[in-house]
Design a binder for this molecule. Sequence first.
Ligand SMILES: NC(=O)c1ccc[n+]([C@@H]2O[C@H](COP(=O)([O-])OP(=O)(O)OC[C@H]3O[C@@H](n4cnc5c(N)ncnc54)[C@H](O)[C@@H]3O)[C@@H](O)[C@H]2O)c1
Length: 257
Amino acid sequence: MRLKDKVALITGASSGIGRETALLFAREGARVVAADVNDEEGRETVALIEKEGGAAAYVHADVSKAADCKAMVAFAETTYGKLHILFNNAGIMHNDDGDAVSTEEAIWDLTMNINVKGVFFGCKYGIPAIRRAGGGSVINTASFVAILGAATPQIAYTASKGAVLSMSRELAIIHARENIRVNALCPGPLRTELLMKFLNTEEKKQRRLVHIPMGRFGEAREMASAALYLASDESSYVTGTEFMVDGGITAAYVTPE
Ligand SMILES: NC(=O)c1ccc[n+]([C@@H]2O[C@H](COP(=O)([O-])OP(=O)(O)OC[C@H]3O[C@@H](n4cnc5c(N)ncnc54)[C@H](O)[C@@H]3O)[C@@H](O)[C@H]2O)c1
């Protein structure tokens, strides 16, 4: 088991990448704290883990709220004694997020509060807990859009993921000598609810698929596998990276026919 005796806190664990990662981490021996705002689905994540014989607990946490993030970290330590792995994964892509001209300030603020401030709060309260445990791994979900621009505009989302990537780099440097590694996981376009709701017509989906050398959307479980590597001691010399898991999208100039 690759995460035996580890305690992992995962935000956005009710769905998509977060849920798949919670399931995989638990199979690899971790005790998992699943945090989300969607309580029903979050409890379902825990039930799925328990059904497989794993250990997990759910905590309601809106990552844009400092008090909730403080409480979710305290919950992890109270429930399982320590915290070794923090996966700041919760994020939104709003349907009204467009170009700079059309996007309302409220959409910008909402996106930044969840996608950026949520990661900051996770680290603000999670890093001291990881320090108390003697070290560990922080994984922040950014995106391939942190380094590539798109003609399908989502200005707030794109800016938020750039911030997550640059924040992750600095955190990695600051905490490098404390045995705390910090990496940004940068998924390509995935077949999860988040993107499929945004690319809500076949034409929009095809427009995106054209740019992916592999010619398909990624799956949440493929991100979970990458997160497992970054969480485990197998990546013990890996910190500050932009870990691209994107079907080749960021390497492509022209894609195959
Ligand atoms: N799907 C993609 O194509 C894609 C690509 C690159 C990056 N990402 C990123 O991956 C992460 C996970 O996305 P996903 O595809 O699994 O989406 P998803 O919508 O399936 O899951 C996101 C989860 O975050 C939760 N959430 C939303 N707001 C929250 C808040 N304020 N506090 C706590 N939880 C909250 C939701 O309830 C949901 O369970 C996000 O950060 C997203 O930006 C996704």
